[in-house]
Ligand binder design. Sequence first.
Ligand code: SF4
Length: 291
Amino acid sequence: MSSVRENPVDKYLRTERMPSIWCPGCGIGTTVNCFARALDGSGFDLDKVAIVSGIGCTGRVAGYLNLDSFHTTHGRAIPFATGLKLANPELKVVVYSGDGDLSAIGGNHLFHAARRNADLLVVCVNNFTYGMTGGQVTPTTPYPAIASTTPYGAYEQTFNLPGIVAAAGATFVARWTTYHVKQLAKTMGEALSKKGFRFIEIIAPCPTLYLRRNRLGEGLEEMKFYREKSVIQNGADPKDVALDYREEIPVGKFVDVERPTLEESMEKRMTEALGAKYVPYKQPGKMSPRA
Ligand code: SF4
């Protein structure tokens, strides 16, 4: 009998690709562990779960998960995922990427997918910097944190991501840190089982660039900071959960509502417009007639 205990998340990972490229103390791996645990408790047919990433350190997540994985171009994970979902409505499609990829390069796609209520779960790992390319400032870098492109400190207004996606129309919005592993796995499981545009922001440490450049210590010290500064505010108005540098971190589930998804809205309009002539696009191989 083997004395080595199997890790319950191993079957969700491409273990042959380990060790990962992530630096020691990086928070991204913790988020993947939580996601694997959420999948483990979901009972989903994994052949019907697809994961799409953009570019960046978090963009490597798709390559490590043992799912149908797509590593797309910078900022384009959401339009790719939207097309994937429309082409195969049976899929659960998850977008997993970083703050730079999703809110800067891909910012336009983020807002419009929320507005359309595209049926996607978007997981955004927010470490306040572009890790892979050398620690440049991003739309979430807080004033006055130092980045390679703001050596005297960031000075622009930052994005409050939950506030933005909620205002655009997201139906599920939550934020946790990598300290909150149980809550994060539970929220991921809940979001996976829902429909519509769902957004989870995860505050995570980048010790190699962001923490080091700002003299904030190692990843473990950042976990202590998250524990001390996080305040659970379930149901808070997303416009009130903006982050300040090294101040309180509001976390929790802020939005959980229902409205028709992009596919449902399209089906409704086409049925109203075309009546019996309309062939639902969900029938494989059949195209709807043009009006
Ligand atoms: Fe993680 Fe930062 Fe290293 Fe990228 S550079 S793997 S975000 S610690």
